[in-house]
Structures are given as structure tokens and as C-alpha cells.
Design a binder for this molecule. Structure first.
Ligand code: NAP
Length: 547
């Protein structure tokens, strides 16, 4: 269904692409502000990554109430999260609840994959086409297509020859995958691979985890969400929202208030033990203030973590293989998973180190490494995503002056604020490259989405019809990214935050290294003038020129 629009030159004023966490919010805000709006979603259901990533034990590793929507206390109170860290089925139910709560379903068209989005400069209109044949003319496009939405398959010979079941965690089938008594390979040990291993180890005949680079995996420390906690959140809602909306990480975690020098070596060991037992990302956010800047301290914490691995994993060789040697804690996004190391104590679980015995090829019956061939019934590709730019460069986006996003970003993305770009007028991509800083993604993308919708309202109120960051504004933002990237805590260059997991992708930092503070500072500079420093133009200006 397309709503009636006041703007007769277009089918909808605001076209949202993607009905995941960000797209649902963008659609809600667009409708709440009185724009005609429609969302196109490639999946048959809503939820974005939480629709596609339905592998066993997929769950939040940000606290449910910190990750969920926080703009509406009533919404929060009408939904009851069951656990501190919710599972995928609960998350998918929640997102469907939100859609129905705001009556958004009639404005979402599922099963529509956008394959072309072309800007018509003469009419200031985006013409968007889907693979399924829909064509929409929109004044504004908000591409909420996510940073982790295009599955990345490893570049291994023979992938298509395998005759068993093969599934990527990011494109998991809707029909249940039966692991009972099966021989299973999991390739990849990031957050997805680490979550799935303990979930299936109890039911499979055997499972081999193929590890290229060890990670600093620590326990999630999940718990049921009790009434007391929910009441506390409700009673303190305004403060909760302020902390989630302004803290650098976007979490509620209580800071330690300590530098490592405040403690003796013995006290530090006790403190590290508390960190081991801290929830999820708390091991980063609640740690010593100097954990990510003091190399000696970080090495001391890594030694503590390595001892934890040795104390859990009974086979000393497996334990050593599981301990990272090439990066400090936090330099690469760490997985937070319950029971990961314990899984390797099962007689039916093995770790295969690809550093020692690389994969030669996949064939009809299994996987061949330099150590020999192993047969499998199921191969799980937990090999991550084409992060940041993957979806945007595959949608046929064409802007002004011949800009073709797929070629323009070949050497890495250039953007403003992680959600817009010069030569892409009226095209926004909250949660895009340079969108999130370290921390809780939805809090970053909410900030961006709110800013975008506030801008559309401002443009409507003041007669502007075009938003396009100037070249200088984009350059200022990109200079900030270049300056601060080396100082980011996620500094390990061999991670997907640098695009390093995808062969041939340029190694460019893809997060916002300045965090929310920098983003707010730069956006505030823009909004200090009515025309956002020249980024807003359009009808009124043309009218003035002609008068
Ligand atoms: P990931 O962190 O990118 O991990 C991919 C894994 O696959 C890595 O271990 C990687 O090894 C391995 N790999 C990639 N290509 C390979 C190849 N050719 N041969 C062998 N191994 C290969 O992907 P992910 O685990 O799906 O997580 C991605 C992101 O999704 C996370 O950072 C997080 O933001 C999000 N996520 C969140 C949750 C949650 O909220 N709980 C759960 C899952 C995912 P190398 O390290 O050597 O590249």
C-alpha cells in the first residue's frame, strides 16, 4: 500500500529501504512527522538482521533494554523482555510487536529487494526499483540497509560442490536445521560462530570449529530479567534514556571510576575477576579507564584471560590454540558467549587451527585441509559480512554528476556523518559506514535517524527541498575519520572494521572513530545556520533566483 501524498510529483515523500531495527524507527518517525512513507524490505518478514540471523542461540550481546527502542516509555512498558540478553525469536517477536504497536505494517512492503535507486536531478526525485518489479518515486530515501546485512562467504575452492547442507549464519533458513547426530563443520569463530558452537555441541555426532584467528571470547553472563530490574528501569526512565543517549558506548554499565594505578597487582587480579563476571560489553566499558590506552595493563588483562582459557579447556594444546597472540583485548570486537571454551571439553568437539592446517578445498563430502579430509553432513559458514558498504554498493545507487556508488566507493566510502554523501542529494543511510562508533549500534543509528527526520521537518518548514552535504562538509568529516582511526580502540587492522575479511576490499576504517561526541559536535555546527552551511537548498532558492 502507498499512502496518499501531499507532494503530487512523487509516490511517497519518504521511502525507507529495509525494515530492520533502524528502518522500522525511520518509518515510525516519518509517519509521526506527517510524511507519506513506505518501507521496502527484501525479507518476507520484518526484523532485518534479526530476521535473517536465526541460527541456534543467536542473541543480543547488548542488554535487551539498551538495544531496544527507548524513545517511548509506553512502548517499553508494554513489552516485557525475558532476559538481560534476549534470543533471536524474542527479538523478532519484539520488532513485530513494535510494528503493530504503531500500525506500521500497512506501510511495509516485504519481499521487495531494491536493485536500482537513481536520482533524477531535473525533478529532484529518486526513482527506486525492486527485483520484483515495483517502481517508486520518492522525494527522500532513507536506506536503512544495515552494516552487517550482506553475508560474506569465504574464498575457498569448491564451496558449491558440497552435497550436504550448507548455511551461512546471516542467511539462516526458516525451516529448522536438524543437527541431531550430524557431523558438522563451523567455519569462523567471531560472535556468530562462538554462539552456535555451544548451542549444538550437545546434539551433534561431532563438530569441528575451523578457526583462522583466535578471539578474546569471554562469558556473556546472561540472566533472567526480573520484575525488580524492570521496575527500576521504569522508575528511572529519564535517566536511563539520558545515559543510553549520551554515553560514549550507549550502555547503562556503571563505570569503574578507576585507573589501573589505583590498585596493587593483587587488587587488579580481583578486579579482573569482577570483569570476567561482568555482563557482555561491561568487560570493556566497566574496566579500568586506561585499559585501551595502556598497553602493559591490557597485556596484564590478556594474561589473566589466557589463564582463564587454560583453566577451562582441558586439552593444553587446544587451550593454547584458542588464546590470541596477535591482538590486545578489545582491539578486535570480542565475542561474549556462554559456554564457548567449555564446548571444547566435549569428546565430540575439535578445534582445527587454519593457521597450522589451512583449508585446501571443499568437496562433495566435506572439507580438505593440509592435514587431510573430513566428512560432514552440515557446513556452517560463520564467516561474517561485507561490513559497512556491502548493501549500499549492491543496490544500483546513482546520484548526481554520474556518481555510481558501486564504483565511487571502490577505494573506500566517502560520506558525511556516516549517513549521507555529496552528490547523493536526499539520500540517507543511517547505520552506514562511519555510522557506528564502538558500542551499542542502535543508539548511534537512533541519533542519526532522529537528526535525519528533524532535518526533513526543518526543510519542510523552511521551504528547502534538497539536502546534500557540501564537499567541504564531507571532507571535514572524512579528515576526522582519518585522524582518529588510528586511536580507535578497534584498531586491529585485520578485522571487518577495516574491511579486511573480504578479499580485495580496501583496508579503510569503517566505524566513526570520534564516537557520538564528535558526531554531535559536527552536526551542531551544521544546524547552527538555517541552511545547514549550504547543505540545504531547493525550491525557495530557485524561486528567489527567478524573482
Ligand atoms: P566476524 O566477526 O566477521 O567473524 C567471521 C569469522 O569468520 C572470523 O573468525 C574470521 O576469521 C572467519 N573467516 C572469515 N573468512 C574466512 C575464511 N576465508 N577462512 C576461514 N575463516 C574465515 O562475523 P560474525 O561472527 O558473524 O560477527 C559479525 C558481527 O555481527 C559482529 O562483530 C557483531 O557486530 C555482530 N554479531 C552480533 C551478535 C550479537 O549481538 N550477539 C552475534 C553475532 C554477530 P578472521 O578473524 O581470521 O578474519
Amino acid at each position: 500500500m502507498t499512502e496518499p501524498t501531499a507532494d503530487r510529483d512523487v509516490d511517497v515523500e519518504v521511502l525507507v529501504i529495509g525494515a530492520g531495527v533502524v528502518g522500522i524507527y525511520a518509518l515510525y518517525r516519518a509517519r509521526a512527522e506527517g510524511f507519506s512513507a513506505l518501507a521496502l524490505e527484501a525479507g518476507q518478514g520484518i526484523g532485518g538482521v534479526w530476521y535473517w540471523n536465526r541460527y541456534p542461540a543467536a542473541r543480543f550481546d547488548s542488554e535487551s533494554y539498551a538495544y531496544g527502542y527507548i524513545h517511548d516509555k509506553e512502548l517499553f512498558e508494554e513489552w516485557r523482555w525475558e532476559e538481560e540478553f534476549a534470543t533471536q525469536p524474542e527479538i523478532e517477536r519484539y520488532l513485530n510487536f513494535v510494528v503493530d504497536h504503531y500500525d506500521l505494517r500497512p506501510s511495509i512492503s516485504t519481499g521487495q529487494r531494491v536493485v536500482s535507486a537513481v536520482y533524477d536531478e531535473a525533478d529532484n526525485v529518486w526513482k527506486v526499483r525492486t527485483e520484483q518489479g515495483r517502481e517508486i518515486r520518492a522525494r527522500w530515501v532513507i536506506s536503512a540497509t544495515g552494516g552487517l546485512s550482506v553475508p560474506h562467504y569465504p574464498e575457498i575452492e569448491g564451496l558449491d560442490e558440497f552435497r550436504g547442507e550448507a548455511h551461512h549464519t546471516g542467511a539462516w533458513p526458516h525451516e529448522p536445521v536438524d543437527f541431531t547426530g550430524k557431523r558438522v563443520a563451523i567455519i569462523g569463530n567471531g560472535p556468530s560462530g562462538a554462539q552456535i558452537l555451544p548451542a549444538i555441541v550437545g546434539t551433534v555426532a561431532r563438530v569441528d570449529l575451523y578457526q583462522r584467528t583466535p578471539t578474546w571470547t569471554t562469558p556473556l553472563n546472561n540472566a533472567p530479567l526480573g520484575d525488580d530490574k524492570l521496575q527500576w528501569l521504569s522508575d528511572n526512565w529519564d535517566d536511563v534514556v539520558t545515559t543510553l543517549s549520551t554515553s560514549p558506548s550507549g550502555f547503562l554499565h556503571e563505570l569503574s571510576g578507576k585507573f589501573s594505578s589505583d590498585h596493587t597487582p593483587e587488587e587488579r587480579q580481583e578486579f579482573f575477576e569482577r570483569m570476567w563476571n561482568a555482563p557482555g560489553f561491561g568487560k570493556l566499558t566497566m574496566n579500568y579507564f586506561d585499559m585501551t590506552t595502556n598497553r602493559e595493563l591490557n597485556l596484564e588483562f590478556c594474561a589473566f584471560l589466557a589463564d582463564k582459557v587454560r583453566s577451562i579447556v582441558q586439552d593444553p594444546e587446544t587451550a593454547e590454540r584458542l588464546i590470541p597472540k596477535d591482538h590486545l583485548f578489545g582491539a578486535k570486537r570480542p565475542p561474549f558467549v556462554t559456554g564457548y571454551y567449555e564446548a571444547f571439553n566435549r569428546p565430540n568437539a575439535s578445534l582445527i587451527s587454519l593457521k597450522e592446517t589451512p583449508i585446501v578445498r571443499v568437496d562433495a563430502t566435506g572439507i580438505e585441509t593440509t592435514a587431510g579430509h573430513r566428512d560432514y553432513d552440515i557446513i556452517v559458514y560463520a564467516t561474517g559480512f561485507d561490513f559497512g558498504t556491502g548493501a549500499l554498493t549492491r543496490m544500483g545507487v546513482r546520484g548526481k554528476n554520474g556518481l555510481d556508488l558501486s564504483t565511487d566507493w571502490e577505494e573506500g566510502p566517502s560520506d558525511f556523518g556516516g549517513f549521507s554523501a555529496h552528490d547523493l542529494p536526499n539520500f540517507f543511510f543511517p547505520g552506514g559506514p562511519h555510522g557506528a562508533g564502538g558500542g551499542n549500534y542502535p543508539r548511534y543509528s537512533q541519533l542519526q535517524t532522529d537528526w535525519i527526520l528533524d532535518t526533513l521537518v526543518h526543510a519542510r518548514d523552511h521551504g528547502y527541498t534538497v539536502f546534500e552535504p557540501t564537499e567541504e562538509q564531507e571532507q571535514t568529516w572524512m579528515d576526522m575519520v582519518a585522524d582518529l582511526a588510528p586511536k580507535s580502540i578497534f584498531s586491529a587492522e585485520h578485522s571487518h572494521y577495516y574491511g579486511a575479511n573480504v578479499q580485495g576490499k580496501p583496508r579503510k576504517f569503517l566505524l566513526n572513530p570520534g564516537g557520538r561526541a564528535k558526531l554531535v559536535e559536527i552536526l551542531d555546527e551544521l544546524t547552527a545556520t538555517e541552511d545547514y552551511g549550504g547543505a540545504l537548498t531547493g525550491a525557495r532558492e530557485l524561486a528567489e533566483e527567478h524573482s
